[in-house]
Ligand binder design. Structure first.
Ligand code: KG4
Ligand code: ZN
Length: 363
């Protein structure tokens, strides 16, 4: 019998997470211990600190996911058919903690184990039925997926579960990374996305003109492909704009710039960057939509939480877009358990002895 109820385990970055999902779509529990508050004071994720925090909470997080999924069972493990764990991409030390926990549990509890790709996992947040939404339908194939997180910016077409074509990806910074770096430059904390979104509400999105990386012409061998992204130029443009506004040259320490900006300037910088970053994503998504005629368009990853991105996509595309609730946009283990379910229907499990981390795994 193929596994139906999966325990998912996720620890690739700074969230320690475990969840139980039935049949790929029915969410039974979803526990996330976020380290955001720990890394905030450093302005970004510190890998060693992240790994140490994962060690401290991984067991209680897994226990809690099992207890919430099966509150009336004295041994919830009996109800678990298989384990899915993120084995890449991500921070090595962080991935090690989740995979070690999963391997150990798979051996001791005698459960099949499926290592899965974190980035593909983000797409599967869209295959989980949101709470109490009886009208919900899963995305229809072919699915065009815009995957946008702190580490990834990709456009992918899924022809079926696990069968995909990578259309394009970022050649430098991921879009979430650009949000985080710009947030630092203009004086907001980590993570940058939510901070920029908040400030943007009080600023003028057309106050500053920032450039968009232009794709190379179709079939040209050089530069950006038609669906590739580049965000480092946009980030640098914000930096130069700020240096110009406060009247300093390129050598002035970037971490001292923000204190010389007015609140109005910071808000309008945030609003203008927020608008242009979303426009860049939307232009490529629209072009891919026109060429590939998908039946569903989904957005996934932390940046899918962006209201501006959702608003612009809705305005640009002729069909509805699908995105998960925020709790399934940012890193979580429910998406890992859902993806694990579809992997388990199609592939053999991996021996716990053979599951290794793949920090630079790419779709
Ligand atoms: O998927 P995720 O939780 O972790 C990674 O796998 O990277 O994504 C985190 C990223 C961060 O860069 C954060 O700034 C961004 O998602 N983010 C947002 C928003 N909320 C989170 N970016 C733009 N707008 C948001 N509302
Ligand atoms: Zn992620």
């Amino acid at each position: 019998m193929k596994p139906k109820v999966l325990l998912g385990i996720e620890s690739s970055c700074d969230e320690t997470a475990a969840a139980v999902v039935r049949s790929g779509s029915e969410l039974l529990s979803n526990i996330v211990a976020s380290q955001g508050h720990i890394h905030k004071k450093y302005g970004g994720v510190v890998p060693e600190v992240a790994a140490r925090s994962h060690i401290e909470v991984i067991n209680p997080v897994i226990d809690e996911a099992l207890a919430q999924a099966f509150p009336n069972d004295s041994d919830p493990w009996q109800r678990i058919d298989a384990i899915a764990v993120t084995n890449g991409p991500g921070l090595s030390g962080s991935l090690l903690i989740g995979t070690m926990a999963a391997r150990t549990l798979a051996l001791f509890k005698n459960k099949p184990l499926y290592p899965v790709d974190h980035v593909m996992g983000h797409v599967y947040g869209n295959f989980i039925q949101p709470d109490n939404d009886t009208t919900w339908q899963p995305p229809k194939f072919p699915v065009l997926a815009l995957i946008v997180s702190g580490l990834h910016s990709q456009l992918v077409t899924f022809y079926d579960h696990l069968e995909y074509e990578l259309l394009g990806q970022t050649l430098d910074d991921a879009v979430g990374e650009a949000f985080d770096k710009v947030s630092r430059i203009i004086g907001f904390g980590y993570p940058g996305g939510p901070a920029i979104e908040r400030a943007a509400q009080h600023g003028d999105p057309f106050a500053f003109k920032f450039p968009k990386a232009r794709p190379r012409p179709k079939h040209s061998p050089l530069g950006l492909g038609p669906y590739d992204f580049s965000f480092s130029g946009l980030k640098t443009a914000v930096l130069r704009q700020v240096q110009g506004l406060v009247g300093v040259d390129h050598n002035y320490p970037s971490f001292q710039l923000a204190e010389r900006l007015s609140e109005a300037q910071r808000n309008s910088l945030a609003a203008s960057f927020n608008r242009v970053a979303a426009e860049t994503l939307v232009e490529k998504t629209l072009a891919a939509f026109d060429e590939h005629a998908p039946r569903s368009v989904v957005i996934a990853g932390g940046v899918a939480a962006s209201q501006e991105l959702r608003r612009q996509l809705r305005a640009a595309l002729p069909i509805d877009i699908t995105y998960p609730p925020i709790s399934l946009c940012t890193d979580n283990a429910a998406m890992i358990a859902s993806l694990g379910y579809y992997v388990a229907q199609r592939r053999q499990p991996t021996s716990p002895h053979d599951v290794s981390i793949e920090p630079s795994l790419s779709m």
